[in-house]
Design a protein around this ligand. Structure first.
Ligand code: PRT
Ligand code: ZN
Length: 300
């Protein structure tokens, strides 16, 4: 049975864990909606059933998502890679499959130091105290770099710790850097780059395997379509070779004759939006006109 033929009564459904209330919640819900999934979300709900796909959304703290995956209580989870690396023991990391890297929730876990103090490389960390919410990742990093430091676990408001005299520096997530700046800190070394990823574990239930494949197909085709546009333009017939070479993705356009104008053609093609904007002036110089750029919902 395919995913779309299933309904709420059938016993096999896949469970997807996502952050209940945090930085990843909005982007993840928006992505699921763009995938065409129909569900009624409300802020206080911990479970949402999808009405057009055998799928339940489970809303939890992001820190708990790796455990749900490892224990099989959820089949898929949207979570920051930093959380997976911190919460899953190295001996169990191989059980986690990263199905997709999702261009949002981008940040870096960095060592940050008071602005006015010199930082002369990792040796500066020797015998110093560093506060972090990521003790596993930091301890591993220090060990690999032969640095002995005291790691102090704090669960929030890390940036204030150096000015209180609790620690010498911190290791925390940084996105724009503005929080660091307002606390008199500078980013001195990046430990890892992170973004939201879709994780899972190798499923054993054959029906679930099919549903997960269906879900991943929806997700990937939705994401692919996001960066692509359907472009239509009129152009002089003689300019076609140059227009073709100008925009990657225009190698195999559809060419349509224009009524009563043998010298002009209509060109229809799918291409990457960024490269299209970069070449817009050149297209116009080649005589392209009536350029229409349309969104694409899915590319399968
Ligand atoms: O309640 P729950 O446990 O679910 O949420 P949480 O408070 O643990 O996590 P949340 O919502 O803050 O972040 C969720 C995920 O978003 C993180 O695990 C990262 O993968 C990702 N992410 C992306 C970030 C940031 N950017 C980010 N800037 N997580 C936290 N921050 C914090 C950072 O800790 C620091 O305090 O934002 C501050 C710095 O931001 P800038 O922009 O000033 O540099
Ligand atoms: Zn958390």
């Amino acid at each position: 049975m395919s995913a779309s033929e299933n309904n709420l009564q059938t016993p096999t459904r896949i469970k997807i864990a996502l952050q209940k209330n945090g930085r990843l919640t909005e982007s993840t819900l928006a992505l699921l909606q763009r995938c065409g999934l129909d569900f009624q979300w409300a802020k206080d709900r911990l479970l949402c059933q999808c009405s057009n796909f055998p799928l339940d959304l489970i809303f939890v703290r992001d820190d708990d998502i790796p455990e749900h995956i490892l224990r099989g209580t959820c089949d898929l989870g949207f979570v920051g890679e930093n959380v997976v690396l911190e919460k899953v023991k190295p001996s169990r990391q191989s059980e986690i499959i990263t199905h997709e890297r999702l261009d949002y929730g981008k940040c870096r876990l960095s060592i940050c130091w008071p602005k006015e103090e010199a930082f002369l490389g990792l040796s500066t960390l020797q015998n110093k105290k560093i506060a972090t919410s990521y003790p596993e990742i930091l301890e591993d990093f220090l060990q690999k770099n032969n640095v002995q430091s005291e790691v102090v676990l704090l669960n929030g408001s890390i940036e204030i710790a150096p000015s209180l005299g609790l620690v010498d520096g911190i290791c925390d997530l940084v996105a724009t850097g503005s929080t660091l700046k307002s606390h008199g800190l500078k980013e001195v070394h990046t430990v890892l780059f992170s973004e939201c990823i879709l994780i899972g574990k190798k499923p054993t239930d054959t029906q679930k395997i099919l549903y997960i494949q269906d879900f991943l197909l929806r997700l990937r085709s939705t994401r692919k379509a996001q960066t692509m546009k359907y472009v239509m333009m009129n152009a002089p017939r003689e300019a076609l070779p140059q227009i073709r070479s100008l925009i990657p993705g225009l190698e195999h356009p559809s060419i349509v004759a224009l009524d009563n104008n043998p010298d002009k053609i209509a060109i229809h093609a799918v291409c990457n939006e960024d490269s299209l904007w970069a070449k817009m002036d050149d297209l116009k110089k080649l005589g392209a006109s009536s350029i229409l750029v349309l969104p694409i919902e899915k590319i399968i």
